[in-house]
Design a protein around this ligand. Structure first.
Ligand SMILES: C[S@@+](CC[C@H](N)C(=O)[O-])C[C@H]1O[C@@H](n2cnc3c(N)ncnc32)[C@H](O)[C@@H]1O
Length: 256
C-alpha cells in the first residue's frame, strides 16, 4: 500500500531532525513541498539541506507543488478553504505522477505537523478524492514553541496554570485571558502585543529560532517592545520576511 509521511523537521537547524525523522526520510521515494514563492526560497533551501545531510538515497529530490493564488476578498475561513482545496488538487496530481505503487511520498513539515500547519489538512483532503488512497503517517517534530522555551530557559506554564497557544489575530480580537494563563502567540505579522502595553505583562520573544540569525528578547513588555520592533524590522529587511513566536504572561493572582 502506498504511504504518505508528514515528517516534522524542527525549524531550521538540521540538528533538530530526530532519529525517527531520519528513518522516515530514508523510507520515502519522493518529497513534496508547497512552493510559497521566491521570498520563501530559504525555507525550501533548509529542506534541501536536510535531505543532503540525511537522505542516503541520492536519487530523491524535492518536488515543488505550485502555490495557488489565495482569494483575499473572501471571508478568512472561506478563503483558506478554497486555497486548501486548490492545493489538494495539485497534490493529488503530483502524488499520482511521482509515487510508485507501494511507494512512499513525504512532506518535510516545518516544526511539528500538529501546530498551525495546513499540510495534514491538505493531504487528508487530497486523499479523500483518491480510490487507492495512501495511508498517512506522522512523525512529530520540534516546534518553534519548544525552542522558544528552551532558549529562554523557561517553562511554558505558570505553576498549575494553563497554556493558550493562539495567533496574533486572535490575541488582537480577544485580548489577554485570565491572570496566570500563559499565552504563546504565533502567526503574528503585526506584533499584536503592541496593543497590550500598560498591563504589567512579561514577554519572552524569539525570532528565526534555530537559524543562524536567531534573536531572543525577554523582559517587561512595556520596556522591551521597542527593541523587539527594531530587531524584527532588521530581520525582515535581511530576509524579506520574519518568523517570530512569543510568550506573554501576567502573574497569577494569589489564590485565596
Ligand atoms: C505556519 S506556523 C508553523 C508552526 C510550526 N508547525 C511549528 O511547530 O513551529 C508559522 C509560525 O510558527 C512560528 N515559527 C515558525 N518557525 C519559527 C522560527 N524559526 N522562529 C520563530 N517562530 C517560528 C511563527 O509564529 C510563525 O508565524
Amino acid at each position: 500500500m502506498r504511504r504518505i509521511l508528514l515528517i516534522g523537521i524542527g525549524t531550521g537547524d538540521p540538528a533538530f531532525v530526530t532519529m525517527q525523522a531520519v528513518t522516515a526520510i530514508n523510507a520515502a521515494d519522493a518529497f513534496f513541498v508547497f512552493d510559497k514563492g521566491d521570498d520563501k526560497a530559504e525555507l525550501i533551501a533548509v529542506r534541501q539541506a536536510i535531505l543532503d545531510r540525511y537522505a542516503t538515497r541520492k536519487d530523491v529530490s524535492l518536488i515543488a507543488i505550485g502555490n495557488p493564488p489565495r482569494e483575499t476578498n473572501a471571508r478568512y475561513l472561506e478563503g483558506v478553504d478554497a486555497w486548501h482545496e486548490a492545493r489538494a488538487v495539485l497534490l493529488r496530481e503530483a502524488f499520482h505522477r511521482h509515487v510508485p505503487a507501494d511507494g512512499c511520498g513525504a512532506f518535510l513539515v516545518w516544526g511539528d505537523p500538529a501546530i498551525y500547519d495546513s499540510t495534514l489538512r491538505v493531504v487528508t483532503r487530497a486523499l479523500a478524492g483518491m480510490d487507492d488512497a495512501p495511508e498517512i503517517e506522522i512523525v512529530p517534530g520540534i516546534s518553534s514553541i519548544q525552542i522558544l522555551a528552551a532558549r529562554h530557559r523557561i517553562g511554558l506554564n505558570d505553576i498549575g496554570e494553563p497554556i493558550l497557544v493562539t495567533t496574533g489575530r486572535q490575541l488582537r480580537e480577544q485580548g489577554m485571558p485570565a491572570p496566570g494563563v500563559s499565552v504563546v502567540v504565533m502567526l503574528d505579522g503585526e506584533l499584536a502585543c503592541r496593543e497590550l502595553l500598560g498591563q504589567g505583562l512579561t514577554i519572552y520573544w524569539g525570532a528565526a529560532l534555530g537559524g543562524p540569525d536567531e534573536r531572543l528578547i525577554a523582559g517587561a513588555l512595556d520596556d522591551v517592545i521597542g527593541d523587539i520592533v527594531e530587531a524584527r524590522a532588521k530581520l525582515r529587511k535581511q530576509y524579506g520576511w520574519v518568523m517570530d513566536t512569543y510568550l506573554l504572561r501576567r502573574p497569577a493572582e494569589p489564590k485565596t
